[in-house]
Design a protein around this ligand. Structure first.
Ligand SMILES: Nc1nc2c(ncn2[C@@H]2O[C@H](COP(=O)(O)OP(=O)(O)OP(=O)(O)O)[C@@H](O)[C@H]2O)c(=O)[nH]1
Ligand SMILES: [Mg+2]
Length: 384
């Protein structure tokens, strides 16, 4: 995942298709003088549908596709012919995409699974033709239903990565290096803070073809809650991880205190983050000897902890074992359920800083906005 291509917000304009009009036609043929009503139904308008697709990792593919229109239903016509349905438009999104109303910030829906579909905007129903309105007392209804109108809306799609393990640490703690060692991901690694500017995901293969997903997010610093460093911009990507892997480098002045600072920043962002399972990895342990390790071990915070080195490989396979065990340990909240019960707060739209582009550009005005009236369809048999 190239860093510049990580897009986790898009704003798009969607419109469903309107329903086709029912026809009010009467059958008129040479030797059938009173053929009766034979107007067909209008076709349903197409819907706008969101579908989860595990082959997408970002919303990049939607960045330049700002306006999405479904097709209108065609009008019904004579001889009971129904109008064609309008074409629905399916928007493929990565699993973990949440949709909000762009004007109010109101939460609309959440896509978590591959193949999951949610109708974002429903197409208008087609109107019934006059053939349906024939009754004992009215054999010649001159009435047919109009189609239902379309719906339209500005929508913001937000991606919250669905990873099992989220890495939490100060800049330069070795998060990206670990991800590069345990997965095929190739994040940028360098010996300065804020190398990682956008999240990276990697799939960690475990025994017997099993695997879990690890997310490397930009480093957090003290005061992130006040907007320092990269702030909280990326913290929502760990909101859905079922386990947080804290990383504190072995050369930190005070490992316990570093952990507390990280924990506190998470708490400021969303206290529910602290309900997740946690593991502490002391990274860069190749800089320690046994004496130092024992010394550090004696004063570690109370959570499953492990010494690792991504450079020498020390503790890496034990770390994978530990993570796997924790991920599958008698779950307080099973992974899948925790995704489902995630409470979505409404979005603070102005804070996202989208340009004010709520006007549709000229060339993309809606297709077929006028309801065209077809004369032939409207002809009545006046001998009736
Ligand atoms: N000695 C040693 N150095 C390491 C180890 N892991 C990472 N490093 C070095 O630490 C530096 C920072 O590593 P990164 O993986 O970029 O750190 P990061 O946590 O992703 O940093 P940000 O992206 O800035 O938040 C690099 O120079 C790495 O080579 C390790 O196990 N041992
Ligand atoms: Mg990094």
């Amino acid at each position: 995942m190239a860093e510049a291509n990580f897009v986790d917000y898009v704003k798009i304009f969607c419109r469903s298709g309107k329903g086709g009009r029912g026809s009010a036609h009467f059958r008129r043929e040479k030797y059938i003088p009173k053929g009766g009503p034979d107007g067909g139904d209008g076709g349903d308008g197409g819907s706008i549908i969101l579908r989860g697709n595990r082959n997408y990792w970002t919303l990049l593919h939607l960045r330049y596709q700002r306006h999405i229109f479904a097709g209108h239903g065609e009008n019904g016509s004579k001889a009971q012919r129904s109008g064609k349905k309008g074409e629905s438009r399916v928007i493929e999104v990565p699993c973990g995409t949440v949709a909000y109303d762009a004007l109010t910030g109101e939460y609309l829906c959440d896509i978590t699974d591959h193949g999951q579909e949610v109708v974002l905007l429903k197409g208008g129903r087609g109107g019934q033709g006059n053939q349906h309105f024939k009754t004992a007392t009215n054999q010649a209804p001159r009435y047919a239903q109009p189609g239902e109108p379309y719906e339209e809306r500005w929508v913001i799609l937000e991606l919250k990565l669905l990873a099992d393990v989220g890495l939490v640490g100060f800049p330069n703690a070795g998060k990206s290096t670990l991800l590069s060692v345990v997965s095929a991901a190739k994040p940028k690694i360098a010996n300065y803070p804020f190398t990682t500017l956008e999240p990276n995901l990697g799939i960690v293969s475990y025994r017997d073809g099993q695997s879990f997903v690890m997310a490397d997010i930009p480093g957090i610093i003290e005061g992130a809650s006040e907007g320092k460093g990269l702030g909280f911009r990326f913290l929502r990507h760990i909101e859905r991880n079922s386990l947080l892997l804290f990383m504190v480098p072995a050369d930190a002045d005070d490992i316990r205190q570093s952990y507390e600072i990280l924990l506190n920043e998470l708490r400021q962002y969303n206290p529910e983050l602290l309900d997740k399972r946690q593991v502490l990895a002391i990274s860069k342990s190749d800089m320690l000897d046994e004496v130092l390790m024992n010394e550090i071990s004696a004063d570690l915070p109370d959570l499953p902890s492990i010494f690792i080195s991504s450079i020498t490989g020390y503790g890496i396979s034990a770390l994978k074992d530990l993570l796997w065990r924790e991920l599958n340990s008698d779950p307080i909240i099973p992974v899948a359920a925790s995704r489902e019960t995630l409470v979505h707060r409404n979005l603070d739209v102005p804070a996202l800083g989208f340009e004010d582009d709520d006007l549709l550009p000229e060339d993309e005005s809606p297709p077929d906005a006028e309801d065209e009236w077809d004369d032939e369809e409207e002809s009545f048999d006046l001998e009736e």
